[in-house]
Every structure is written in C-alpha cells, then in structure tokens.
Design a protein around this ligand. Sequence first.
Ligand SMILES: *[C@@H]1O[C@H](CO)[C@@H](O)[C@H](O)[C@H]1NC(C)=O
Ligand SMILES: *[C@@H]1O[C@H](CO)[C@@H](O)[C@H](O)[C@H]1NC(C)=O
Ligand SMILES: *[C@@H]1O[C@H](CO)[C@@H](O)[C@H](O)[C@H]1NC(C)=O
Ligand SMILES: *[C@@H]1O[C@H](CO)[C@@H](O)[C@H](O)[C@H]1NC(C)=O
Length: 237
Amino acid sequence: IRGITLLNSKFFHMNIYSSENVVVDKVTIKAPGDSPNTDGIHIGDSTNVTISGTTIGTGDDCISIGPGSKAIRVHGVRCGPGHGISVGSLGRYKDEKDVEDVKVTDCTLVGTSNGLRIKSYEDSKSSPKASKFLYEGVTMDNVSYPIIIDQKYCPNNICVKSGASKVAVSDVVFKNIHGTSNTPEAITLNCANNLPCQGVQLVNVDIKYNRSNNKTMSVCRNAAGKSIGVAKELACL
Ligand SMILES: *[C@@H]1O[C@H](CO)[C@@H](O)[C@H](O)[C@H]1NC(C)=O
Ligand SMILES: *[C@@H]1O[C@H](CO)[C@@H](O)[C@H](O)[C@H]1NC(C)=O
Ligand SMILES: *[C@@H]1O[C@H](CO)[C@@H](O)[C@H](O)[C@H]1NC(C)=O
Ligand SMILES: *[C@@H]1O[C@H](CO)[C@@H](O)[C@H](O)[C@H]1NC(C)=O
C-alpha cells in the first residue's frame, strides 16, 4: 500500500487483519485530534508487517498493534496529534494470541498524549504474552507520557480492580529515545505485583520536561531490568 492519503475516517483508517507480508509505505493519514477511535493503522493477527515513511495524525493511536501481531516493523513514521504508537490493548477478549517481535525505529512523535505504549487490561479475559520489543531512535516533541508500560489499563473503569495481571510483558528495550515531554512523568512502568515486567532496558533515554528546570521523572512499579546511560532521575531500573 503505497503513496495514498486517508482522510477523516469514521473509525480506524486502515485495519490490517489476518494478513501476512504487508508493506505500508509513504501513506498519509489525517483526522482531527479530537475525533474518537480514529486509529491510523490497526494491526491484528498478522505477521511480517512493515510501515515506513508514513505520516499519521488522528484522534486515537497513530498505530495500534493488537493481539496476534508478529514481526512488526515500524520505521520513519511521524505521529501526531494522537495517542502515539501502542501495543494493545491486550487481554480484553477471550483467546487472544501473543504479540511478539516488534521494532519501532527512527520515528518522531509530536504533541501526542502517549508516546511508546504497551497496555493490557487489568483482570484480563485471556493471557497473551507480549515479548521482544525494540524501540530505537525515537524523538519525542512535547509528548505527555513518552514511555509507558501499563498492565493495569482500564478505561472507563470497566475492569475489576484486582491489581493483578495475566498478560506477561518481557524483553522491552528503549534505546536512544530523546526529546521533550509535556508532563514531568517521562517514564511510567505500571506493572503488576503478581506478574512483574521482565527484561526492560532503558538505554540512552534522555527526555526533558519543557518547563522551567527541565527535570523529568520516572514512576516505576514491579519492573525488572536495567538502565544504561540514563540520568539518575529517570533510571528507575
Ligand atoms: C516479509 O514481507 C516482505 C514484503 O512482502 C517480503 O519481501 C519478505 O520476504 C517477507 N519476509 C518473510 C520472512 O516472510
Ligand atoms: C504541548 O502539548 C499540549 C497538550 O497536548 C498543548 O496544549 C501545547 O500547546 C503544546 N505545546 C507546544 C509548545 O507545542
Ligand atoms: C519549549 O516550548 C516552547 C513553547 O512553549 C517552544 O517554543 C520551544 O521550542 C520548546 N522547546 C523544546 C526544546 O521543545
Ligand atoms: C532545557 O532544555 C532546553 C532544550 O534541551 C535547553 O535549551 C535549555 O537551556 C534547558 N533549560 C535549563 C534550565 O536547563
């Protein structure tokens, strides 16, 4: 799929479902920043999908990577406005399949509410595994929550608030992530007590809060891994 523009869809602009070996290149997707559920590109139950050289600005996720996605490559994507580049939500429905091997490289997020996010429902109905993620060379420009793993996602309080998770998250590398955030909370790792996130790495992550003193912070729970080349206030691993 190359060189087309998708404008003001009423729901997802593109849905890559149950597919293999798909390339999306030089596509433009546009919808107002306040239009609900207008995800740019949704991927589900698909293997070997590449999205490159693409500009997406909508009212929901620029790219959402759902259950059953494997070998997903995203590079050279500019995202904003919108909710960022997300994996999930996972665990909402029964029998969801794993998400595995996702690489997001050389992307820019501008004015989005989230940046790079992995989210799964608290008290989920299935237990897909989410593993092998590499986020490398991503620039944040005024992003509210640049890096988030949330195992307790529960929009509109539709979940039983048990504090537990069934969706295991492991091997997540954030490398060379730079720029500015629009809140002080540059890194949020909200993992569950019963199923901590494993193998999370923060490597050369440098995000400034674009107000007065530039100080950002990380808020991390139940995450194991390491930080390399990260300022003290962000190095929570
Ligand atoms: C992935 O998809 C691309 C584009 O269709 C194709 O050229 C490539 O061979 C596929 N890779 C694998 C491992 O199937
Ligand atoms: C940053 O983002 C916020 C909220 O998304 C917006 O209100 C503000 O105007 C943006 N600031 C800049 C400098 O773009
Ligand atoms: C910080 O925000 C101001 C506007 O509020 C903008 O002019 C400036 O470019 C921003 N700086 C960075 C480093 O994003
Ligand atoms: C904040 O960060 C901006 C952009 O990196 C830099 O130009 C500015 O000098 C910094 N301000 C302070 C007080 O460190």
